[in-house]
Design a protein around this ligand. Sequence first.
Ligand code: COA
Ligand code: AMP
Length: 621
Amino acid sequence: MSDSQIWQDAAENIHWYQRPTRLLDDSNPPFYRWYPDGVTNACYNAVDIHVEQGRGEQLAVIYDSPVTRSRRTYTYSQLLLEVARFAGVLASQGVGKGDRVILYMPMVPEALIAMLACARIGAIHSVVFGGFASNELAVRIDDATPRVVVSASCGVEPNRIVAYKPLLDQAIELATHKPDQCIILQRPMQEATLQPGRDLDWEEAMADAEPAACVPVGANDPLYILYTSGTTGQPKGVVRDTGGSIVSLKWSMKNIYNVDPGEVYWAASDVGWVVGHSYIVYGPLFNGNTTLIYEGKPVGTPDPGAFWRVIDEHKVKVMFTAPTAFRAIRKEDPEGKYLDKYDHSGLRALFLAGERCDPNTLEWAREKLQVPVIDHWWQTETGWSICANCLGIEQLPIVPGSPARAVPGYDVQVLDRDGSPVAPGEIGALVIKSPLPPGTFTTLWNAEDRYVKAYFSRYPGYYETGDAGYIDDNGYVFVMARTDDVINVAGHRLSTGAMEEVLADHPDVAECAVIGIADKLKGQLPLGLLVLNAGVNRDPGAIVAEVIQQVRDRIGPVAAFKHCAVVSRLPKTRSGKILRGTMRSIADGEPWKMPATIDDPAIMDEISAVLDSMALQADAG
Ligand code: COA
Ligand code: AMP
């Protein structure tokens, strides 16, 4: 079947207030528009439709929180009531179609309710991951200029309570744009002080709320903005439209994940990431599944059997997480003894994404769970997978190390530096021929030029993924590394450029570099090198401790920036470019050659010694 036919047919499976008469507007590349004259609503397709079609009593959401020892469930009818009422709360605060609402929430059902409530009234949500600090939140507040921020008094990490409200207050103080209102969910673990006139209590607001109806929106109206790391400290606001998202996510639930309505589908991620948007909230609900909100970790909450307990108790049929979660479990329970305590026989498949999946982890998971373990490749920008073994179409042989073949709708190719196709097996830039399929990003918020420049200018006619890799003779794609300064730490996408900006702000630092080094658990870890200003004679250890704290305060604990050292100079080419690639190879213990263009080869002895000892420290930590 042709791609056009697939997206034509898939559009028949969703609810439209006004059916699109055109499939694709390609008049203004690279700004392609799917279903340009369709009118729909994402909340209606996620919730109301199921109640109307008789699924009202089925569970829509299971909340399982080992960190607070609590559980809650919502049927589709109950979810509809909550969402409609919270939509009413937002509307009563003046939020309407096209307004932005920032959500800074832990993994509680209210996060999903708030997202759907925004979609219900045509407002654009932007969820900020709870592990980001005030400064990152402030940058997003200034860029998205929300009318309202929805947050909670706290998040719960296994080792501490994270008070969100002071972080939010500080972010609003730092930001130039001031939201009119904040709506705060008080959690009993740590309540927050509310600011009269600005802050509303979630429960009180809900008690008086009038339910709001769904507002029909254009297929190309934005559903949400999700910020992701680019090469600089200014994150990219990925914009996803409404119609394409509903069509593609619903299609993917059957064709990629092979789950049917009524089955329990679990993405163990966070609503702050794209996986959470697509596969905790929208995809499973569009498809009439039961979704799981899990507030816990793979290990330590309380033990490495946590995932198996959830699979058993909630009858999970298909699960999705990042390889790092399985590396964490394997590290604590290499023989899989905890599996014997639970019944996981109902699980049909495990999907992994977010970072390169090392073949050992894949094999271990396959051996222990005895189900297909499917590596699939995707990005915040695409919103759903570019390459996958589509279980609902035809299961292909699993080749560890490869996310299998391009999914229908994606024409994946490998180009060399000059933009020419390379032979099978040869590494180059992974690109996708335009147009991208429905549900992928339509622009960057407030940054149309950056959208074109960052993704579509280097290889005209193609989307540049920022990943490098190759395609073998069988069409299997191998994603090997990023081509930019983005690193992947525990499945979280981070910018080394943003960390360098923070280090460079320290008054004693003259120059710095941050590189991603290989880590057995988290895939990669950031490592910083500092050159101090001439004349600084303070204890280098103290300066290192200060910059580590600075990254935690400015970017957040999620940056996991714990390894840093002072060196006398950075290795550079004669034209002044820092030799990050060479340093990475040394830290990872890979063979390396002295670059012919290096300005001062003598510096490499010092750099090698520092990197070797830091890589050992990272390994031990
Ligand atoms: N709010 C506040 N802080 C948070 C947070 C949140 N939502 N999420 C993480 N953090 C903090 C952690 O507490 C930790 O702080 P610390 O330095 O004080 O210990 C720090 O951010 C780093 O977190 P993380 O990288 O997640 O490391 P971890 O050691 O807590 O856990 C794993 C490691 C592998 C268990 C964990 O990363 C995990 O479960 N990953 C699963 C995969 C996943 O969710 N991927 C997302 C995309 S699919
Ligand atoms: P994010 O936007 O946070 O989802 O991160 C996207 C990036 O994670 C991709 O560009 C890849 O570098 C990496 N990634 C995601 N999934 C995979 C995968 N299955 N294999 C290799 N890399 C992956």
